[in-house]
Every structure is written in C-alpha cells, then in structure tokens.
Design a protein around this ligand. Structure first.
Ligand SMILES: NC(=O)c1ccc[n+]([C@@H]2O[C@H](COP(=O)([O-])OP(=O)(O)OC[C@H]3O[C@@H](n4cnc5c(N)ncnc54)[C@H](O)[C@@H]3O)[C@@H](O)[C@H]2O)c1
Length: 383
C-alpha cells in the first residue's frame, strides 16, 4: 500500500500530543509526514520541519498557506490527511478549510470551540466526500471495545448504573504561571472554550460512558469548581447523570486531584453483573456477575475468547503491555483502511466522528449551564 501523506497544523517543538500522533501513525508504517505548519514561531516551525526531515518548501508559515500550496501540488504527492493538533479554537476553522480544499481531517478534540461553531462544522463534514475523525484516543483501546461488546451481548442484563471518573493532578498548582505552555492556553476561554477540565477531560469520560453502554446521557446536574487563585476556567467537575433506559450514574472529572496521573475509569452495572476498565491498566477488563466468580479478561493476541472488535485492535501476545500509543494507532489504522479502501462519505469506520464531537460539545454546554443554575437538572440537547 502506498504510504498516506500526512501533514500537521501544530505540533512544534515543545508541544505535547503531536508526538503521540506521529509515533502512533508510525506504528503502522502506512503514513509519512510530508508537510506542516507546526508553530507560529518561525524558528520553531523550521526546526520541527528539519527534525522531521521535511523538504523546506513544505514547511509552511501558516496553515492557510499550507492548504493552498498543497492543493496546487500534483495529486500523487500532495497532502492527503491533515492532522490538527493545535489549541481548541483552531480545530473548527482549520477542519472547515481543509475539508473544503479536498483533504481528509483527523482533528484533536474538541471538534470546535462552542456548539454554534460545531453545528456549522457538522454541516460541512456531512456534505463533504472527505473523511473526518476526532482523536478520542481512549475509544481506540481493545478492552474498551470488548466492554462495549459484552454490554451488547446482554451478559450484564438490564443496565442500571454507570460510574465514570477521570481524576488528574497536574493542575493542582498554578503551573501556567511557572511556564507550563499546555496549562496556559487551557485556561484562556478564547483558546480553550467555555470549559476547562470539563472540556479537556470531562468529554473523555462522557464519550467513554456513551460508547461502552451504547446509551446517551440525557441530563445531568453538575458542580464545577476552580480551586487555584486566578484560574478562569473550571479545574474540577462532579455530576449526577441520567442515561437512556433508566440508567443513573456519576461522572467525575478533575485536574486538581493532587498526585493522580491518568486513571480514567469506568464501571457499568446491570441486574446480572458489572464491568470495570481503567486506562492505567488498559489490558485488563473485570467482569463481575451474581452467580459466577469474578473474571479478569486480558487483552493479547491469541485470546480467542475476546470479541472480534477487540481482537483486531491488538498486536502483541498477552502480557506484552499495549497502551496509549497503540490505542491511538488503532484510530490511524482505521483511517488508513478507509483512505486506501476508498471509503465513501465522511465517517471513518471505528474512529470517533463528528457525532461524538457534537455530543461532547452539548455535554460541556449542559454541564456549565447546570452549574450556573445552582446545579439544576439540565438536558443535553443536540437538536
Ligand atoms: N486525545 C487526547 O487524549 C489529547 C491529549 C492531549 C491533548 N489533546 C488535545 O490536543 C490539542 C493540543 O494539545 P497539546 O497539549 O498538545 O497542546 P500544546 O500546547 O502542547 O501544542 C499546541 C501546538 O499548536 C501550535 N500552534 C498554536 N497555534 C498555531 C497556529 N496558528 N499554527 C500552527 N501551530 C499552532 C503550538 O505552537 C503548539 O506546537 C488540544 O486541542 C487538546 O485538547 C488531546
């Protein structure tokens, strides 16, 4: 298969998530980075392009220049997939422009800065014949797919309860003041959106809950907090949720749980049993039931008792840990199949799309609206 030509907006030296994208795409050997507008700082931009071994004329001063110049290149060497790894405010404008210029888009989450911008983007995505995906990385883990398959199989019975939590600790102090670039833009509403923690990681917990259960969160009542002096946006969120089918639940997201790393965790219970998955031990899935001993399911090649969706997302025999990069690589693998397989429409099978982006944005707005109304129950509406 001819390699897929990818390019980046954002991801200059010193940035975070772009490295994970490049490494994950590299796991497949199906992608090559051919161009980029990596930073607004020209020196950083040039250094990043050189470090990636790019031709100088494909390291662009701006993303606008890149889209125009790449669209004018011969088909056989022009950019195919644009990866957007900038702060949030640029996701929608760049996605819009790239789709209209004829490129596939893999955007970091959130899809847009607010609901109005998202609705406009969704219209463009849905009318485009280019592919659009969102980097909700956790939805690439094999055992998350296994959890979803087990729920669908009915082994848990009627779903009743979901407890999903994402506690981090890295914003426990004012690290933006001491030079942490990632923290600085995340607290600027014009770059981050109206949500802080709720948007940055609350959306991961939310999308995980909807993905694993196959049910939508219909309403919530939320308490948001900001625990560091001078911080503009929330750094902590606690809420009760109601989901379709009479499921009740709890969703917690926080970036001030001092000392925590990335223990995103979900527990789902029905009348016959429950499941538990935790991203810091992503190869394990616990299945509890009323009348059987606890089962610890483990991912790995050869675990033939796992479902097909989980099996096709694993690379190594059991006991060789696969993690975050492999989860993201699974999304890249799905992109590669869709691009080279000539997939029609905008949805990449297996990759979170604009609908998940829309749900996430509606969730952020509902949580903030609920908090502002003294935690009143608030519906999540996407219509
Ligand atoms: N999927 C995940 O698990 C996950 C994890 C972390 C971050 N993210 C998302 O990834 C995005 C980036 O986050 P990060 O932590 O890597 O941020 P970062 O600050 O480390 O990187 C942002 C990059 O964008 C560049 N940039 C800004 N404006 C630009 C412009 N106009 N043109 C070109 N480059 C520009 C910056 O120079 C920098 O290189 C955010 O939207 C964040 O929500 C997702």
């Amino acid at each position: 298969m001819k390699k897929i030509r990818m390019g980046f907006v954002g991801g200059g030296e010193g940035s975070f998530i772009a490295q994970a994208h490049r490494q994950s795409a590299g796991l497949h050997g199906r992608f090559e980075c051919v161009c980029g507008a990596f930073s607004r700082d020209p020196d950083n931009n040039a250094r990043t392009g050189a470090a990636l071994g790019l031709a100088q004329d494909r390291v662009y001063d701006s993303w606008q220049q890149m889209l125009q110049a790449e669209a004018n290149r011969p088909t056989e060497d022009r950019l195919e997939l644009l990866v957007i790894v900038t702060p949030n405010h640029l996701h929608a404008p760049i996605s819009q422009a790239a789709l209209k210029a004829g490129f596939h888009v893999f955007s970091e989450k959130p899809a847009a800065l607010n609901l109005a911008e998202l609705v406009a983007l969704k219209a463009t995505v849905e009318s485009s014949d280019r592919l659009y995906g969102l980097a909700h990385t956790y939805l690439g883990y094999p055992m998350v797919w296994e959890a979803r398959a087990l729920v669908q199989s009915g082994v848990l019975g009627e779903l009743r309860k979901v407890i999903v939590e994402y506690p981090q600790g890295w914003l426990s102090q004012d690290v933006a003041q001491s030079g942490n670039k990632q923290a600085a833009w995340r607290d600027q509403p014009e770059q981050s959106g109206i949500g802080g923690c709720i948007g940055d990681i609350g959306t991961h917990a939310f999308s995980l809950a909807e993905f694993v259960t196959g049910r939508q969160v219909t309403s919530l009542c939320a308490i948001l907090g900001s625990h560091v002096d001078g911080r503009q946006l929330d750094d902590d969120a606690s809420m009760l949720i109601k989901m379709e089918g009479g499921i009740s639940g709890v969703l917690l997201a926080s970036q001030v749980c001092a000392g925590e790393e990335n223990p995103l965790k979900i527990r789902v219970y029905g009348n016959l049993g429950g499941l538990e998955w935790r991203q810091e031990d992503p190869s394990s899935l616990i299945h509890r039931s009323l009348d059987q001993p606890l089962r610890l399911l483990r991912s790995g090649l050869g675990q033939h008792w796992l479902g097909a969706e989980a099996q096709q997302r694993m690379r190594l025999p059991a006991g060789h840990p696969e993690g975050y990069l492999e989860a993201m690589a699974n999304l890249y693998g799905d992109f590669a199949r869709a691009i080279r397989g000539g997939a029609k429409g905008h949805q990449v099978p297996g990759v979170p799309g604009i609908e998940i982006g829309h749900r996430g944005m509606a969730f952020i707005e509902a949580a903030i609206a609920s908090h502002r109304r003294h935690s009143q129950w608030t519906e999540i509406t996407t219509s």
